[in-house]
Design a protein around this ligand. Structure first.
Ligand SMILES: *[C@@H]1O[C@H](CO)[C@@H](O)[C@H](O)[C@H]1NC(C)=O
Ligand SMILES: *[C@@H]1O[C@H](CO)[C@@H](O)[C@H](O)[C@H]1NC(C)=O
Ligand SMILES: *[C@@H]1O[C@H](CO)[C@@H](O)[C@H](O)[C@H]1NC(C)=O
Ligand SMILES: *[C@@H]1O[C@H](CO)[C@@H](O)[C@H](O)[C@H]1NC(C)=O
Ligand SMILES: *[C@@H]1O[C@H](CO)[C@@H](O)[C@H](O)[C@H]1NC(C)=O
Ligand SMILES: *[C@@H]1O[C@H](CO)[C@@H](O)[C@H](O)[C@H]1NC(C)=O
Ligand SMILES: *[C@@H]1O[C@H](CO)[C@@H](O)[C@H](O)[C@H]1NC(C)=O
Ligand SMILES: *[C@@H]1O[C@H](CO)[C@@H](O)[C@H](O)[C@H]1NC(C)=O
Ligand SMILES: *[C@@H]1O[C@H](CO)[C@@H](O)[C@H](O)[C@H]1NC(C)=O
Length: 481
């Protein structure tokens, strides 16, 4: 018996090694000098720690009552927060919730299971659950200029004119202001839609990478998370600016419950303001929080993370589109990533073939790294499609979904090149398009497809690559140094 099991395992390992090519991801480098971003910093506590146990001690328990449960639930959440944080357990049953809920810092909203505890919001007009109080944006003060002529994606060190205003542990923006030359070189200077000129990114807009200083050695600075966008002095001057990360909300969770909106807003046109609230919104500057094991039905857009949100894990969220899409004003998005170091893992969109969606979008200048692992799209028409204006550092790994990294031209109001330093890894979809912008590189390793296109860098398109997971390999490598 044991002999049989060992043989089966050996056979499985051998078969895998025959059909998969090994890739040294650390040595991949583009002509300009860009490497792969380090995606392992995505997620709750930069993935240094596992999510808190789903069985952690409960502080307060509520059972279903009749009528609107929003006041009861919100009061319990607030009381837990005042007492220093903890878990609110909603026991099995249906909870009618007439108004939106806010999860305060340090509080976890837990159900008894995705099919057991069901929240029933009464309107899809605005966000149902907001995680954290929105913090005001910080004041960002330029401190010094970067002197290297080119700092590639994946770099952790660079040189500055003077480090006198910097200190170890300081939060900084590595930033550069958009120039006309850079816009022009990317082919985005002359976008016209219906006779009207479109602006891709206005000159002066800052392309920012939020980081922390880990070391200062003379003029050489080392940052915590490797860059996800290159710094090219030929087109834009780069600088280091200091800021204080806004003290926002953290250690919040929403877990183990279902959310069902009736009547369903799925299928509403995205221009319809009465039906496009998200089920869950992660506030600006919220950190180290999670959404896990949640099934959501009836919304037209499911989860949004606001700019400034950081180190959030969205794990095992299943989203159900129970109606056909009305695409008269475009397609809806399931998960919108605008924060950074976001980890979306084991999530999926389920729907009939009349529904079409962008399961994952990132928005203008969304700063990497962000990682999407093992995304399941039920329909081949669902496309993971970073959406507009030079987001950078997005991994789509082990997904079963179509993927499109490229130039959206004049879609929207000139969405243009959507992404730099995008990596598709061991993904399988009916349509995988990976294009590189003139001043950047998008990659595709071990992707399978029925149709594919693009001038991105394709490595081993005909086989699965090893390591199976770039994210896990990078995480393991980070732990060992
Ligand atoms: C709870 O709500 C769901 C709708 O999501 C419904 O199907 C179910 O019948 C409700 N259960 C009870 C006991 O009302
Ligand atoms: C919730 O999602 C899981 C995983 O996709 C699925 O097994 C389960 O049936 C879903 N529950 C409901 C109520 O749809
Ligand atoms: C940084 O560079 C800008 C030009 O981009 C220049 O105006 C400014 O004086 C420089 N600052 C320092 C401290 O060198
Ligand atoms: C900073 O870098 C210098 C030079 O590489 C090294 O000697 C020092 O140990 C580093 N300090 C820290 C705190 O990592
Ligand atoms: C789609 O949405 C638009 C805008 O709300 C509406 O005018 C139109 O009737 C809808 N189409 C269908 C087929 O429901
Ligand atoms: C999410 O919350 C932020 C506040 O942090 C707010 O500005 C934004 O409009 C909200 N977005 C959605 C989609 O609810
Ligand atoms: C990104 O787009 C949003 C919405 O269109 C806009 O409010 C914001 O100012 C833009 N940000 C930048 C940096 O261009
Ligand atoms: C890729 O996905 C298709 C369905 O979209 C499936 O039929 C096929 O077996 C998958 N290929 C691999 C190698 O996983
Ligand atoms: C890839 O092709 C597009 C046209 O589809 C072009 O604009 C772009 O410059 C090409 N990228 C590179 C790196 O050559």
């Amino acid at each position: 018996m044991l002999y049989l099991i060992v043989c089966t395992i050996l056979l499985a390992v051998m078969c895998q090694s025959v059909s998969s090519a090994s890739v040294d991801y650390t040595s991949q480098v583009s002509a300009q000098g860009d490497r792969l971003p380090d995606f392992s910093f995505c997620g709750y506590h930069s993935s240094n720690d596992a999510l808190p146990s789903i069985f952690s001690v409960v502080t307060t328990t509520l059972s279903p009552g009749s009528g609107d449960q929003a006041p009861r639930i919100q009061k319990a959440l607030n009381n837990i927060a005042s007492a220093g944080g903890g878990v609110l357990l909603l026991t099995a049953g249906n909870y009618t919730v007439d108004t939106s809920l806010i999860i305060p810092s340090g509080v976890v909203l837990r159900g008894a299971g995705t099919t057991k505890t069901i929240l029933l919001p009464q309107s899809g007009a605005s966000t149902f659950i907001t995680m954290g109080m929105a913090a005001a944006p910080p004041i960002i003060t330029p401190a010094t200029n970067i002197t290297d002529t080119y700092v590639g994606v994946g770099a952790k060190t660079f040189r500055v004119v003077s480090s006198s205003k910097l200190s170890v542990g300081q939060t900084v923006m590595v930033q550069r202001a958009v120039t006309d030359a850079w816009v022009r070189q990317n082919g985005m200077a002359d976008l016209v839609r219906s006779g009207v000129a479109q602006t891709w990114l206005a000159v002066g807009t800052l392309v920012q990478q939020p980081r922390k200083i880990m070391n200062i050695s003379g003029s050489q600075i080392t940052i915590d998370v490797p860059l996800t966008d290159s710094l090219n002095s030929k087109y834009m001057h780069s600088q280091v600016a200091t800021y204080t990360f806004p003290s926002g909300s953290s250690e919040m969770g929403v877990e183990d419950l279902g959310i069902t909106l009736l009547p369903s807003c799925t299928g509403a046109a995205i221009s319809d303001d009465t039906c496009n609230g998200n089920a869950i919104n992660i506030s600006a500057y919220t950190t180290d929080s999670w959404v896990r094991s949640v099934n959501i039905t009836g919304f037209n857009q499911f989860i949004n993370s606001s700019p400034g949100a950081m180190r959030i894990t969205i794990d095992s969220v299943s989203m159900y589109r129970d109606k056909a899409t009305n695409s008269s004003s475009g397609y809806p998005a399931d998960i919108t990533i605008q924060g950074t170091q976001m980890l979306v893992t084991g999530c999926g969109t389920f729907a009939t073939s009349e529904a079409t969606t962008f399961p994952i979008v990132v928005q203008n200048l969304t700063a990497g790294p962000n990682a999407v692992l093992d995304y399941y799209s039920q329909q081949s028409s669902f496309v993971i499609s970073p959406h507009q204006r030079w987001a950078h550092g997005l991994l789509v790994e082990g997904s079963r979904s179509s993927i499109s990294f490229g130039n959206r031209g004049t879609y929207g109001t000139g969405q243009g090149w959507t992404l730099n330093a995008g990596v598709a890894w061991n993904s399988n979809g009916s349509d995988i398009d990976i294009y590189s912008p003139p001043l950047g590189t998008n990659w595709c390793f071990g992707c399978r497809w029925i149709r594919s296109a693009g001038n991105g860098t394709f490595v081993d398109p005909s086989s699965t690559v090893q390591p199976q997971s770039l994210f896990q390999a990078q995480l393991a490598a980070r732990g060992s140094n």
